[in-house]
Design a protein around this ligand. Sequence first.
Ligand SMILES: [Zn+2]
Length: 349
Amino acid sequence: MIIDCHGHYTTAPAELQKFRDLQIAGLENHLDVALTEQKPISDDQIRQSLENAQLKLQRARGTDLTIFSPRASAMAHHIGNETTSRRWTQACNDLIHRVCGLYPDNFVGVCQLPQSPAAAPAMSAFELERCVKELGFIGCNLNPDPSGGYWTSPPLTDRHWYPLYEKMVELDVPAMVHVSSSCNPNFHATGAHYINADTTAFMQFLTSDLFKDFPTLRFIIPHGGGAVPYHWGRYRGLAQDLKRPPLEELLLKNVFFDTCVYHLPGIELLLKVIPVENILFGSEMVGAVRGVDPQTGQYFDDTKRYLEALNLSDAERYKIFEGNARAVYPRLAAKLDKGRAPAAAAPER
Ligand SMILES: [Zn+2]
């Protein structure tokens, strides 16, 4: 089975954005537009939005299941206040739930959180619980910078975030560290802000004892881990200089990387540097980079091709495409194994 751990609903029906536009217009008049103002979206509209996009690409590329979340760049936690964010988040998560209900073999849900620069992460814990317990989601996307490029929140390792981590541990779900749009003109969203955040989160984890406090807390750092694999020697050396334990011991039981790196040499480096147990197949389709690479004639984000070009053993292939996702997302493993004989249970983490 081939599990893509990183997909967003970037093609949602226009009614979703219309609700967002209403919200934003309301803010100008100090109004919090209620969720009931959203125009209905039919099942057929949802099907149409996926058939020629994510589903078509799944079939064409030979992937089976996408771990699916709301469009990341549209989370825009900096807009409005906590109520604005909560309503927008509910609208987005409820739509992902409908997608997963219509296509249970193709998609499994991961939620957006109702973050806001002034909001306590405890509020995100409520939405996470709703999504996991009521909607069957298996994880969340956590934005380390709800301010949208100005980094006004404490580091991810600060106790500020602990109420959310306590809920993640209780529910046994991981978070993908995922920023949203950038309102800082210095940082292009997907070209700079995303990659900066991936790198920043890793360095925060390196300098803290977060995983001593939460030994089972798990994060996926997307986009191949930002600059981390390329600079692995720097991070090993910094850990040594800072009298931290080796990285394997310090954080590799808790931090994982996806394969959203859009060229073969990048994937080769990722596989060479990062232990195979820490790599999850991901493509982020349909996402930030949608074009065809003129050098290869293939889509940049068809990351399965790069992995297939490598001489992976069967065991390595299994881990990257399925096994590691099962281990990092135990609720996914439970869903997949539902109805199967006990012998087919997920491998131990
Ligand atoms: Zn993403």
